[in-house]
Write a protein that binds this ligand. Structure first.
Ligand SMILES: NC(=O)c1ccc[n+]([C@@H]2O[C@H](COP(=O)([O-])OP(=O)(O)OC[C@H]3O[C@@H](n4cnc5c(N)ncnc54)[C@H](OP(=O)(O)O)[C@@H]3O)[C@@H](O)[C@H]2O)c1
Length: 384
């Protein structure tokens, strides 16, 4: 029996890679739902190629055209309004929407899928406690797709959670590894989007360049593996060969190695606990190669420390960190603030905004909306 898959964010980088895995799975998986944000043309092509049972789109302005397209060209697929689509049952939901827009879809996925393959790290940053609570209540398992957490998940199969001494997240360092603060002042959007080892969506690529991505991943690791922040470390590893490591209490360190292609962790998350035969994702072992590890420059790349600080501080600070970062990244991509202005902007938002501790998903969503609205006003004021 093939396992039914809902892909939340099918038109994105992770969504597209997930579809490649399904295509090569020899019917181990079937596409139950394709759900996109607003890229109607790409979604239409995916419908024709993958023949999903259901399809949905977030942008209400595109829903009518999608519905019409389905009626005319893909009568076997059913159009479902966005809110209803989030509640469709399936075996595995791939949570691959970018930003906190993925929080509610992830919560619904936990309620309606047997497994959530989680790529959307921002949902854990903003609502980690609530996601953990939902998983405990429903029994749904989360298998991380993010390559670092996926690596840790694999390493942990060799030991018990209580035997963990520390988690070591690796980071490529992004395109600006080794640059000074002064040099960062003048980097361009295209330079920031030019990631040396991974091909990803624009938001996560900019987050990688600022090291905020690693900061969000530290928080993600804290919620996924229940390890205190003081025992989650970051090492810059420019080759992106070791995807992360676990240090156990006896002194052994286990690392997961593989090519830098997100299809590999996605495949793991879909097939777990099995490992399919695959000749595509072979790491080239012939010849010599070296592995370098460095400590991150936490003074120049301040986002990492901001994330540790907010992770320790609590849910309200995490929501401000994440919301301010999402707005700052979009503002940078539109040329409204400088690259070096991103951490300064987030720090400014942490100083000026005071939000209460949220206890429900609705409160997290409302606080996230408030933070982003305020952050957009601050961008308008143009100090960064
Ligand atoms: N890409 C990677 O290699 C990678 C690696 C590790 C973790 N991640 C994480 O995975 C997540 C997705 O990253 P990505 O790189 O795949 O991003 P992406 O390429 O920008 O794709 C984002 C997806 O989210 C959809 N979307 C955006 N806003 C939405 C909304 N309000 N409602 C419904 N769908 C919405 C987009 O739809 P439209 O395009 O149709 O608008 C698109 O399908 C992020 O949290 C990222 O940090 C990504």
């Amino acid at each position: 029996m093939s396992k039914s898959i809902n892909i939340l964010g099918s038109t994105g980088s992770i969504g597209t890679s997930t579809l490649k895995i399904i295509q090569n799975s020899e019917s181990a998986f079937s596409v139950n739902l394709l759900l996109a944000g607003g890229n109607l043309e790409k979604l239409k092509k995916q419908v024709q190629e993958f023949n999903p049972r259901f399809v949905s789109i977030h942008d209400p302005a595109k829903a009518t055209e999608l519905r019409h397209f389905i009626r005319e060209t893909a009568p076997e697929t059913e159009f479902v309004p966005f809110e209803e689509a989030l509640k469709l049952d399936c075996d595995i939901a791939v949570s691959a929407i970018v930003g906190t827009a993925g929080l509610l879809p992830t919560i619904h996925a936990i309620r309606h899928a047997k497994r959530v393959a989680l790529a959307n790290k921002e949902s854990l940053v903003a609502g980690g406690d609530l996601i953990r609570q939902e998983c405990a209540e429903t029994g749904t398992e989360i298998i991380p797709v993010d390559s670092e957490h996926n690596a840790i998940h694999q390493c942990l199969r060799a030991g018990e959670p209580k035997e963990i001494e520390s988690l070591i997240l690796t980071a490529s360092g992004g395109p600006f590894f080794g640059l000074t603060h002064e040099q960062l002042e003048s980097v361009t959007i295209n330079e920031a989007l030019n990631h040396p080892t991974w091909s990803m969506g624009s938001k996560v690529t900019i987050d990688s360049a600022t090291l905020m991505n690693k900061g969000l991943e530290v928080i993600e690791a804290h919620f996924l593996f229940r390890v205190p922040y003081s025992r989650i470390h970051v090492k810059i590893h420019p080759q992106s060969v070791v995807h992360s490591m676990v240090e156990f209490r006896d002194g052994s360190i286990l690392a997961q190695i593989g090519i830098a292609d997100m299809q590999l962790p996605i495949q793991y998350a879909l097939y777990y606990p099995g490992r399919p035969e695959n000749q595509i994702f072979r790491f080239p072992l012939e010849g010599s190669f070296s592995l370098d590890f460095h400590d991150p420059d936490r003074v120049t790349f301040r986002c990492l420390d901001l994330a540790y600080r907010c992770g320790e501080a609590g849910a309200a600070e995490r929501i401000v960190l994440n919301g301010a970062n999402e707005v700052a990244v979009q503002a940078f991509l539109k040329g409204r603030i400088s690259f070096a202005g991103i951490p300064a902007f987030i720090e400014h938002m942490l100083n000026i905004i005071d939000v209460p501790h949220p206890t429900t998903v609705a409160e997290v969503v409302e606080l996230d909306r408030r933070v982003k609205k305020q952050a957009e006003l601050e961008v308008e004021r143009g100090h960064f």
